[in-house]
Design a protein around this ligand. Structure first.
Ligand code: GTP
Ligand code: MG
Length: 239
């Protein structure tokens, strides 16, 4: 290339240091891939394991033999972790799903959230230990990033244990409340129950995950998606 002329792709080389930092970080994390851990929690029998199962059937339950109808509906009795590696357009995602035993069946349900809270804390502690260790480059992030909290469609809003459970977790993890088995309700029942649940969540000071505002320069599809997700959780629906 003659002096004064710039070869294509040379733009990158013009800036070194601070200005290229976002690019460097971006490139590095895309290369390394991402860890994401999703947890499901809530009362027993609301369909937590069924959701996990139906979302990731092929990979998660690959080596599981088929059971007959009676055997198939089994209660989850301990915290179980399933991991699947996903790759999309060259970006790797290591997705971990944590299934937890539902509460409500034991004689004493007080502190039913304890083992789940302990599990979350342990992952924080492990990450902290790894970060303080010598081999910091290849830390696997097992912290629980999101918790889908299942709420019964048969009650009137939240049950006392729901309030207790979510309050025990809301400062540790992003909670997304889910109205379970909504297919058993009519659309207007769904609206009413969601409204009641939202009111109670506010009333009890439970902090649930808020979708962040999207930038004005995002593309239209993304904006639309963001709007839909928000309207399902935040906005009050009028019938
Ligand atoms: N109508 C309806 N039934 C469902 C749905 N999801 C699951 N079920 C049924 O609910 C029952 C309990 O489902 P599970 O997935 O075992 O519930 P769970 O929340 O994992 O229960 P625990 O492991 O005891 O905490 C099963 O018979 C499922 O077939 C749903 O979306 N709608
Ligand atoms: Mg289960």
């Amino acid at each position: 290339v003659r002096p004064g002329l710039r070869a294509p792709g040379d733009q990158d080389k013009e800036y070194v240091g601070f200005a290229t930092l976002p690019n460097q970080v971006h490139r590095k994390s895309v290369k390394k891939g991402f860890d994401f851990t999703l947890m499901v929690a809530g009362e027993s029998g609301l369909g937590k394991s069924t959701l996990v199962n139906s979302l990731f059937l092929t990979d998660l339950y690959k080596d599981r033999k088929l059971l007959n109808a009676e055997e198939r509906i089994t209660q989850t009795v301990e915290i179980t972790k399933h991991t699947v590696d996903i790759e999309e357009k060259g970006v790797k995602l290591k997705l971990t799903i944590v299934d937890t035993p539902g509460f409500g069946d034991a004689v004493n349900n007080t502190e039913c959230w304890k083992s789940v809270a302990d599990y979350i804390d342990q992952q924080f502690e492990q990450y902290f230990r790894d970060e303080s260790g010598l081999n910091r480059k290849n830390i696997q992030d097992n912290r629980v990033h999101c918790c889908l909290y299942f709420i019964s469609p048969f009650g009137h809003g939240l049950r006392p244990l729901d309030v207790e459970f979510m309050k025990a977790l809301h400062e540790k993890v992003n909670i997304v409340p889910v109205l379970a088995k909504a297919d058993t309700l009519t659309p207007s029942e769904v609206r009413k129950k969601k409204m009641k649940i939202r009111e109670e969540i506010d009333q009890y000071g439970i902090q649930i995950y808020q979708f962040p505002d999207c930038d004005s320069d995002e593309d239209e599809d993304f904006k639309q998606q963001d709007h839909e997700l928000k309207s399902r959780t935040r906005h009050t629906v009028t019938s």
